[in-house]
Design a protein around this ligand. Sequence first.
Ligand SMILES: Cc1ncc(COP(=O)(O)O)c(C=O)c1O
Length: 418
Amino acid sequence: MKDIFVKLQENMGPLGRHHKEAHGYFTFPKLEGEISNRMVFRGKEKLVWSLNNYLGLANHPEVRKADADASAQYGLALPMGARMMSGNSNNHEQLEADLASFVHKEDCVLLNFGYQGVVSIIDAVVDRHDVIVYDAESHACIIDGVRLHAGKRFVFAHNNVENLEKQLQRANRLVAQTGGGILVITEGVFGMSGSQGKLREIIELKQKYNFRLFVDDAHGFGTMGKTGAGTGEEQNCQDGIDLYFSTFAKSMALIGAFVAGPKSIMDFLRYNLRSQIFAKSLPMPLVVGAIKRLELLRTKPELKDKLWTIVKALQGGLKEAGFNIGITTTPVTPVLLNGTVEEATHLTLDLRENYDIFCSIVVYPVVPRGVIMLRLIPTAAHTLEDVAETIEAFKSIQSKLKNGEYAHKNVIATLQEA
Ligand SMILES: Cc1ncc(COP(=O)(O)O)c(C=O)c1O
């Protein structure tokens, strides 16, 4: 017999394993000061490419004022209780109506958190007779929702519509026996590669197979499509998305999320979504703050235009300088380099300490062994000067990497010096 705590202390898990060296620097770093293109990290200003503040709303003066006014007016406690019991308000309902109309759906349900919301939506809409067919590179919230599913699940190779069709055929055979239905789940924008889910092609399969489509558009909401209504709008197939989800954690620069779809199904979710029925509703300042953000998203297209100016300059500049940015067609900008995890660590450290650039780094097992992925998130808060500075810095670290300068350093010693 083993003590549970001993087991946890012996194995900190894939991310926790390096916590002693990494904590406070690579993991749990503290970015201080006002949210903007430049923030303070360990006492020094850095150019930051790590925040999903796509439209620059986090520190928009109108947003800051709306947040402050709503907090002063309502406090953070109101409303008390779950929506269903005592926690509903006109503001909650207005935000739902505004969101539904913005994403061209009949109705919408607010969620306190995106991750929890997705898990809970999957739990609510399928039962053991139903089959889930989902993209292999889905976000953890989808994977975890699928893991809780009592029925069968079939995974399709990432963004591979042919393979999806095969899985749909398997699913069809199964539901013919169980009497259940099929739910296909994918994303609008994949947050690591920046590629778009093939929504249009998936929706075309509805002509041959009977299924419902649930799309997590966390990175597409506000950034994609003519009006910012997301990847469905971008691909001109929003109608074919049966359940449209986004978090507020990115373009909206807030906490919370929503799911939108037909009124009858939203009513079902209102009465069956366990993460909302058994949890206190979103505090009023968050709801009022979200209404304000959505208004800006709708009425200030220049924010999205500015985002895309920065995206195009950054991605174009990186490509021109010979960098491999993969297959992104969205603001998410991966820079793929070849090297070991140790080299990646040194390179990131060099970038942070000597070039004052703060970006996220992704290594094996998220990307294949030998690949280093630096992930940049351009936003409307960045400038073209930021882009030029970054491209110069990247050229410099690229040549150091090629010359093997990051290969033989002692990470811990360097970190202690930093
Ligand atoms: C694709 C995707 N889905 C869901 C979530 C979870 O959203 P939240 O942060 O609101 O829990 C995230 C991250 O924020 C995400 O990137």
